[in-house]
Design a protein around this ligand. Structure first.
Ligand code: SAH
Length: 264
């Protein structure tokens, strides 16, 4: 029995075992609070990566897969996972992660590329439990997330994720090692939770400011954030900058500056 790849679920099955092994080996987790952390694999498909994650003795593996046909394939071919109830059939974006008795400090997977941004936003919602992410995604998204200010790939997700995670671009992967080959190139990245519990600013306002400024990415902040800047001195340095020029710390400083302005 084989699983026929379904386009609408972003199914591109990895055919190169060496790359699967390299991804599994990229987990680099040490945390005394988690002697045997659970790794949640998103979108195992037919289990090419699953197989190597299961060989890692330092972690316990759970998987979540939306495609019923793949779930049945996994149940038949990975009986040890099935017998221990480690195969979750469902949509990662919909499941209530808190419902599970244990945390998932590690998230891994060859993500469905069409929803990778939504996956990262959900990870951010659970940033207090998700300590490490190792994943394969579309190369442009990998660059956007791991690049710093001053590059054209830098954007909303870069700022949000870099605020709470140290991000490494590990290696690129070409399209011909997938069945069917995707139209885009891929890359593997690793995110490690930094020690920032809370940003030193109003986090809600920070998120609003980052979003609103990147929504008008080519405009200077004096235009995209005009309503927040009202009444501030003309020489304020941020007025003439564009969002991609601001580091995470600049956005924090800007948030503090503008929040005072809103209160007054
Ligand atoms: N890990 C496999 C498959 C990668 S393709 C491999 O490397 O070969 C992406 C997988 O994610 C597919 O199996 C797809 O069915 C699954 N998927 C897509 N959307 C999902 C969602 N919302 N929640 C869980 N799995 C999802």
């Amino acid at each position: 029995m084989d699983v026929k790849p379904k386009k609408k679920l972003g199914q591109h099955f990895l055919t190169d075992e060496n790359i699967a092994q390299r991804i599994a080996n990229s987990i680099d987790f040490k945390d005394e609070n988690y002697p045997k952390p659970i790794c949640l694999e998103i979108g195992p498909g037919t289990g090419v990566l699953t197989k190597y994650l299961m060989q890692n003795q330092d972690i316990d593996l759970n998987v979540i897969e939306i495609d019923q046909e793949s779930v049945e394939y996994l149940m038949a071919n990975y009986p040890s996972l099935y017998n221990e109830n480690r195969i979750i059939g469902g949509d990662f974006l919909q499941i209530d992660l808190k419902k599970y008795l244990q945390d998932f400090p590690i998230i891994c997977g060859n993500f469905p590329y069409n929803i990778s941004s939504q996956i990262f936003f959900k990870i951010l919602d659970h940033k207090d439990t998700v300590k490490q992410v190792v994943c394969m995604i579309q190369r442009e998204v990998a660059q956007r997330i791991s690049n710093h200010e001053g590059t054209k790939e830098y954007g909303i997700l870069s700022v949000f994720l870099q605020a709470y995670y140290d991000i490494e671009y590990l290696f690129g992967v070409d399209e011909h090692v997938f069945n069917p080959p995707p139209k885009v190139k891929s890359a593997v990245i690793r995110l490690k939770r930094n020690n920032v519990e809370q940003l030193p600013c109003d986090e809600k306002l920070f998120r609003r400011i980052v979003k609103e400024s990147f929504n008008l990415r080519r405009k200077m902040l004096r235009n995209s954030l005009a309503k927040y800047f009202k009444g501030l001195p003309e020489e304020e340095k941020y007025l003439t900058l564009r969002p991609e020029q601001l580091s995470v710390n600049d956005f924090i400083e800007l948030t503090n500056l503008l929040s005072k302005n809103i209160v007054e």
